[in-house]
Design a protein around this ligand. Sequence first.
Ligand code: 9YW
Length: 427
Amino acid sequence: MTTIATQTDDQLIADAKATLIKNDLGGYTVPTHGLYPFQWNWDSAIVALGWLPFDEPRAWEETTSLLSAQWKNGMVPHVVFHQHSDTYFPGPDIWGVKNNPDSTSITQPPVLATVIRQLFEQTKDRALVDSQISQIVQQLIDYHLWWYKQRDPEYTGLVVSYHPWESGMDNSPAWDDALRAVPKVGWEYTRRDINHIDASERPHKEEYDRFLYLVDFFRKMNFDDTLIYQDCPYRVNDVSIISILHRGTKDLLALCETLNIDNKQTAYLAHRMDLTEAAIGKLWSGETSMFHSFDTRSGKLCGARTNAGLLPFFAGLVNENLMPKLIDVLDDWLADQPFAISSTHPEDPCYEPQRYWRGPIWLHINWMITLGLEDYGFFKQAKQVTDASRNLIYTSGFNESFHAETGARSGGADFSWTAAMALYWLL
Ligand code: 9YW
């Protein structure tokens, strides 16, 4: 694979730092101005890694500002509306949550625990770490307990997600069938995303109609975890969330061990990890030799081949029998690709190289897959993914995501998590 170098590393590092500084609203970083004017959960976790090499206090602050929005039940929301903005829809009025700070009523993939472990291990200013780590770890324990207890009340080993926005992979073809079972919302609304980005790169109206139905549904259920679990028309075992949660719990328990935290809560989390390890095989498809999400309402695996199906590497959830098969799929996916890994497999019938989670490439997903590949000793593939990721920032900079075939911008420009991945991982 050749590196397409059009800019120097020094210039890119300076631009990446400037991107984070530009998107800093004081304690939290917006993904990009205009399109996403609030604090997003997994964005902030990834962004903390970007601050780390040049501003350690700011890296930690990114995580504590997110945790300041934690609900009493332990949930950490997917969006925190720290201040008003009219450039995004749906805002706090539509979600209907009354909290301080305001937030949405769903969460996002819990990559924060993995990030906190990395911050803990790599921060040079130990006083900065010591002053807050106990409090942060307790908040993470509460968050992960919430995930297992509320999202897997039947102890299946596989937590559920209630919304494509919760997966962070909004219009992935993996959700097409499950989402079709959700009614469309009955009221008129005006989207704001297509004021910023061409509609050809965004989800369709039919998807938004159903996204909003679910937002209304949560509100009508008064955000009650038990009622939503029973009645939510969209209830999916998301292989991406399950993998990120599993890896996060592993990192959290490792941190607890270092800090001598050993109690009923940590034992409970370890037990939940055992259940996931026993259950993950349910998400394997012999037909595609990949992991897939599972629609608990229809009782079927979600069809499309997506990059989420590679995230069990990150979790350490790929057993010895499946490992060579999944690596074959990855080798095939990477063959002759100057840019990788497309969010949907190029041979999948639902692949669209420019449309958001149906084709474009996302660097934070590549980073997680790479960490997993390295854990398994697949250094050649890890290097291929890293080189392919680096090519993207050299080709077109810090974009939300990248066109799967040309490497051009897809979605927003000047994007925080891509700048963060450049600073922490690629440069
Ligand atoms: C939306 C902020 C978020 C990401 C998600 C991504 C997108 C928001 O942007 O969702 O309105 O579509 O899908 O993963 O956290 O970057």
